[in-house]
Design a protein around this ligand. Structure first.
Ligand SMILES: NC(=O)c1ccc[n+]([C@@H]2O[C@H](COP(=O)([O-])OP(=O)(O)OC[C@H]3O[C@@H](n4cnc5c(N)ncnc54)[C@H](O)[C@@H]3O)[C@@H](O)[C@H]2O)c1
Length: 412
């Protein structure tokens, strides 16, 4: 029998991580011996686990160990991180460590170092001058960079392990766990999100909204504009379409040519979105349209007026595109991740493309809520690693109107 001594620490019992660790070992054909387990006595105190992993050969042992790493389990006698030099720009050493979105530390020169700029699918670069590790996209690697190879000197902290029992706000928000349910009461979701938005606004925190054009088609744009106007949104991400359709609504009262008040199809309405783009082109930009008084209301008006950072990422579907749409995808990704930096909460509203894009660049400890009519969107987010996303299956217009109504007495 082959054995390896491992350890884990955190809120192992309340989070259910301990049973996940043990079940995982047995399910994958291994065995274990608990060497010691110290239970945190107060809700603030963490538990410590020391466990001997047992398997019949080295390859099973290795695969078991790898499966446990994502649960925050790490080696007891951690070796110092192996660093290798990048030979040419954008090309990591073959066995580079590819990051997850969980908080990560690297054991190097006898101490654990926290990783900065955490995101999934990055390499870990050591800055010898700063003596710090950073997550970096492969395309940003430069010849000479020192990159962590292998995963033996890595430990990660899944969000559940870190969530304190006493953190009422965090636990309240993770209501009904982060699985998607169409039976979950939308009223409860509206209430919890309203409380969270109020809490974040009160502490001058940061809420970032990711938004698709369905918000306009379903009559939710005014409600969202009101949230922006009243300081509930500190960053706005979307594509060309959300702006185009919001402009169509402001200039023509229609969305995709349908009068949003009467529901009637407007004559020549199909051209309204193109005429809206044309009008903005005439002004030079949406900003210029706001400055000159041509654009006087609406979601984009409020975003621009509030001066909150925003990015409209281009796509192959785009009409126009509008002057402010960022068509260089690398640049759009850069702007997105800058806007997400330091976010307390990300609210994803009916855009599969941009929601998954944002999920890819967001650390797992950032609270994320995704409102979409299709439960598969949240499942997709989770499958791609954004397991923290809470899914609310609802018509987004209905949801936003209910949210704005709930926050009416607080300015919205
Ligand atoms: N005219 C244009 O320029 C134009 C038009 C459309 C899209 N686009 C661009 O195409 C890209 C993808 O667009 P997207 O994000 O809209 O598409 P998407 O397919 O990525 O996402 C649309 C989402 O809306 C959800 N949805 C549909 N009806 C809903 C409802 N009533 N309530 C809640 N959710 C609902 C769907 O389930 C889906 O997940 C974007 O970059 C966008 O800007 C451009």
């Amino acid at each position: 029998m082959k054995t390896r001594m491992l350890q884990a620490e955190g809120h192992l019992i309340d989070s259910g991580i301990l049973s996940k660790i043990l079940n995982n070992i047995l399910a994958k054909g291994g065995d274990y011996r608990i060497v010691s387990f110290t239970v945190g006595k107060t809700p603030e105190e963490t538990s410590q686990l020391e466990i001997e992993l047992i398997a019949k050969d080295d390859s099973i042992l290795e695969s078991l160990h790898n499966a446990l790493k994502i649960l925050g389990v790490f080696e007891k006698s951690v070796p110092s991180a192996m660093l290798a030099t990048v030979d040419k720009d954008r090309h990591a050493p073959e066995n580079f460590y590819s990051s997850s979105n969980h908080r990560t530390e690297v054991f190097f020169q006898d101490t654990w170092h926290p990783v900065e700029n955490q995101r999934m699918d990055g390499a870990l670069v050591y800055d010898a001058g700063l003596q710090k590790f950073f997550c970096r996209k492969l395309r940003d690697l430069q010849a000479g960079d020192l990159v962590v190879c292998g995963s033996d000197a890595i430990r990660i902290f899944p969000v559940e392990v870190e969530r304190k029992v006493s953190d009422k706000a965090a636990n309240d928000f993770a209501f009904m766990t982060n699985t998607v349910s169409s039976e979950r009461s939308v009223d409860t979701a509206v209430e919890k999100l309203a409380q969270e938005l109020l809490r974040i606004r009160a502490k001058a925190g940061k809420t970032v909204v990711v938004c698709g054009p369905v918000v306009v088609h379903t009559g939710g744009a005014d409600a969202l504009a009101s949230l922006v106007r009243h300081g509930f949104v500190q960053g706005f991400l979307g594509g060309n379409a959300i702006a185009v359709h919001d402009l169509e609504l402001r200039f023509y009262g229609t969305s995709l040519g349908v009068d949003l008040k009467t529901g009637d199809v407007s004559e020549h309405g199909h051209s309204h979105h193109m005429r809206s783009i044309n009008r903005i082109n005439g002004c030079g930009s949406m900003q210029a349209a706001v400055d000159s008084g041509i654009l006087r209301e609406g979601l984009m008006y409020e975003v621009i007026k509030a001066g909150i950072p925003y990015c409209l990422a281009g796509s192959i579907r785009d009409d126009g595109p509008l002057p402010e749409t960022v068509n260089d995808m690398i640049e759009a990704q850069r702007q997105y991740s800058k806007i997400i930096e330091g976010a307390d909460l990300i609210v994803m509203l009916s855009s599969m493309l941009h929601s998954i894009g944002v999920g890819n660049m967001t650390p797992s400890w950032v609270k994320t809520i995704c409102i979409d009519i299709n439960p598969a969107v949240v499942t997709k987010l989770s499958d791609r690693g954004s397991g923290q996303a809470i899914g609310i299956v609802s018509d987004v217009g209905f949801f936003l109107r209910a949210l704005a109504e709930r926050l009416e007495n607080f300015g919205a």
